[in-house]
Ligand binder design. Structure first.
Ligand code: RUB
Length: 327
């Protein structure tokens, strides 16, 4: 057992570490891994009393929750699984929790496939799509369009600082899609050649704002100026229920080492010590695109203008939610 949390199984600790270090990344993939980790915790629990089992599961959920703050798919996944944790004995609790986690994973995969076929309807044969970051929901739309026999080309933004655009480019090349890889700064120039901007989302707020990889908002503003429609592919697990009650979405600030190495810092400021060298590096991982720059949010429940997404949010989540690990 990890010393950070004696009740939590090492497999859960490993998943939490992988999410924090971005070895597991992307909102849908994080949600899937979190559900899997809770199932593992349930299967391996050594609890002999129901209250101990529940405490372990809640501790595991809290550890997973604290890894990254922006993708709401993570707390939504944890909440979904823990709400299924019912039963009078440890074995009943174990079965209910693992069944619920498996159901969540099945639904997640199904939602992505359904969303993909809806998103594909927006794409025509011969279209050129500009992407940002790496989104499995966005790729599901492209995959479905290809399966429909449409020829699609892609302009893939590199996506500094972590270059998730390379993952997108690799996937598209596996599907034989012609790819033009560009640095982020070239996006506006290449928008003239694009028929769509297609991105995913980490969270969608009640007002229809889209929280996604840093650079999405600038891309959307430029796309609007160029007359290129912006499509956001996001399963309903990306809807952020807390925003219905006025909460804002926390934007993750990541380590400066992703932007600037120690040697590069010395190159800029010389040998001055960190505290006094006058150089601050900021590394926000996400930004907020206001709804007026988004043409459609494509979910497994259909496509929505961003301003109407709150209706779906209310239907799916109700008005209030607690912390995921709270009963
Ligand atoms: O911003 C990112 C990933 O950021 P990071 O690499 O920092 O996790 C993706 O666009 C969304 O998570 C959607 O992905 P998906 O559609 O796969 O859920």
């Amino acid at each position: 057992m990890d010393s950070r949390q004696p009740d939590v199984d090492p497999a859960v600790v490993a998943t939490a570490d992988d999410i924090a270090a971005m070895r597991i990344r992307g909102a849908a993939t994080i949600a899937d891994a979190a559900a899997e980790a809770l199932a593992t915790q349930a299967k391996r629990s050594d609890a002999t009393a129901p209250d101990v089992f529940e405490r372990q599961l809640r501790a595991a959920a809290k550890m997973l929750y604290e890894t990254r703050p922006t993708a709401v798919s993570l707390p939504n996944a944890l909440r979904y699984v823990l709400h299924g944790m019912g039963g009078a004995s440890v074995s009943a609790l174990r079965d209910a929790t693992t069944d619920r986690a498996e159901e969540f994973q099945r639904e997640l995969a199904r939602a992505q496939t359904t969303l993909g076929s809806i998103g594909a309807n927006r794409l025509r044969d011969g279209d050129v799509v500009m992407t940002h970051c790496h989104s499995t929901d966005a790729l599901a739309c492209l995959e479905a369009a290809l399966e429909d026999g449409k020829a699609i080309e892609a302009i893939v933004k590199e996506t500094r600082p972590r270059k998730q655009g390379h993952i997108t480019a690799r996937q598209l090349r596996e599907w034989d899609v012609p790819v033009t890889l560009i640095v982020d700064n070239a996006a506006r120039r290449y928008l003239d050649e694009a028929d769509h901007v297609l991105v995913g989302a980490d969270s969608i707020a009640a007002d229809g704002s889209v929280i996604n990889k840093i650079g999405t908002s600038g891309l959307a503003v430029n796309a609007r100026e160029r007359g290129v429609p912006v499509m956001v592919a996001a399963q309903t697990i990306k809807l952020h229920p807390d925003t219905m009650t006025g909460h804002t979405v926390e934007i993750e600030m990541r380590d400066e080492a992703e932007v600037l190495s120690d040697e590069q810092r010395v190159d800029i400021v010389g040998d001055a010590t960190d505290a006094g060298d006058g150089l601050v590096v900021e590394n926000p991982a996400f930004d907020v695109t206001p709804p007026r720059y988004v043409d459609a949010i494509v979910t497994e429940r259909g496509q929505f203008p961003p301003e109407s997404i709150v209706t779906l949010m209310r239907e799916l989540f109700g008005e209030t939610t607690g912390e995921p690990w709270e009963p």
